[in-house]
Ligand binder design. Structure first.
Ligand code: HEC
Ligand code: HEC
Length: 279
């Protein structure tokens, strides 16, 4: 049974074949499907106006277009909705890493008064009135949402194809950008591995440390940074080029305009396929 299930999980090119899960919540088709239903269900918000997918929209690489998230009653939060891609490999969650597991993280937006604003006991009462969901308790809700989030996978980009040996998958300019990413521009010291992140905290922008985001599908997801302060990839590169940040890995880069453009073009090569729900 277990090995049949493992065989049925598709993982796009470029990612580890093994999707990590906690021992008490292995990926099971029925849990994933329940989580998927919940993720798109506006019942999880106080006034039935928004679902997880309102802020983490599959058509926008699982984020939205707003510099900072907008919750029920048009309330503006302090931070941008991150792309939730390949989060099975996350080690800490939220921009500041304050949540230790996905099972812990996924319940927080429901109760958060400026996001979905539905206290958990009320959410459970509401869901237990729906035939499709009942009976459901807090553990089942958390495990289902976390399982679905673990199946949201992004890979098979031109970058992955290039690393797999297809030397024409990247343009000459993108190859130059990759070279800069790994050397002069020093991006690789934080954006590394299959997800282009060390999943660690750094002070690169502002006073408090934020977690290095994955760069997968980044070209699909402006504006950038935890506060949406960079409107374009060009603005992101300009920010790094100035080198004004507390982290010692951030130094002025002295990039030429051709080099900046090559980095931008390389970042565009990180857009590939997104699959979700083990469909
Ligand atoms: C109102 C918009 C909004 C809604 C609705 C929302 N989120 Fe989020 N989500 C955010 C924001 C903003 C953050 C980052 C918050 C922070 O860092 O303080 C976030 C962070 C996350 C993260 C952490 C990603 C990481 O790598 O750190 C996950 C996972 C996530 N949300 C899943 C969900 C799920 C599941 C739901 C539904 C139960 C949901 N979100 C509902 C805006 C939203
Ligand atoms: C010291 C670690 C570090 C280095 C070096 C670094 N980054 Fe980052 N990167 C981060 C962190 C942390 C954030 C989140 C900052 C924030 O949101 O305020 C980030 C955010 C980004 C974003 C925005 C992603 C999003 O979803 O909003 C892009 C794009 C990016 N980095 C590209 C690069 C490039 C290109 C380089 C090299 C020029 C680079 N980074 C160098 C740590 C680093």
């Amino acid at each position: 049974m277990l090995w049949l299930l493992l065989l049925s999980l598709k993982v796009p090119l470029g990612l580890d074949a093994h999707i990590p899960t906690p021992p008490d919540n292995p990926l099971r088709p029925e849990t994933i499907q329940l989580g998927r239903k919940l993720f798109f269900d506006t019942r999880l918000s106080k006034d039935n106006s928004i679902s997880c997918a309102t802020c983490h929209d599959p058509k926008r690489a699982f984020t939205d277009q707003h510099p900072r998230a907008i919750g029920v009653n048009n309330q503006h939060g302090p931070r941008r909705s991150p792309r939730i891609l390949n989060r099975a490999w996350g080690r800490r969650f939220f921009w500041d890493g304050r949540s230790p597991t996905l099972e812990d993280q996924v319940l927080q937006p429901i109760a958060n008064p400026i996001e979905m604003a539905l206290p958990l006991d009320e959410a459970l009462k509401k869901l237990n009135e729906v035939d499709d969901y009942k009976p459901i308790d807090q553990t089942k809700l958390a495990q289902a949402l976390a399982s679905y989030v673990r199946t949201i996978l992004a890979g098979n980009s031109p970058y992955d194809q290039y690393l797999a040996g297809n030397k024409t998958a990247l343009t000459t300019q993108q190859q130059k950008g990759l070279q800069l990413f790994r050397t002069k521009a020093n991006c690789i010291s934080c954006h590394l591995g299959p997800n282009l992140t060390d999943e660690d905290l750094h002070q690169t922008n502002g006073e408090t440390p934020f977690k290095t985001p994955s760069l997968r599908q980044v070209a699909q997801a402006a504006p950038y940074f935890h506060d949406g302060s960079a409107p374009t990839l060009e603005a992101v590169i300009d920010h790094y080029n100035k080198g004004e940040a507390a982290d010692p890995e951030i130094q002025p880069l002295k990039l030429t305009s051709e080099e900046k453009q090559a980095l931008v073009e390389f970042l565009k090569s990180l857009t590939g396929d997104i699959i979700e729900g083990n469909q």
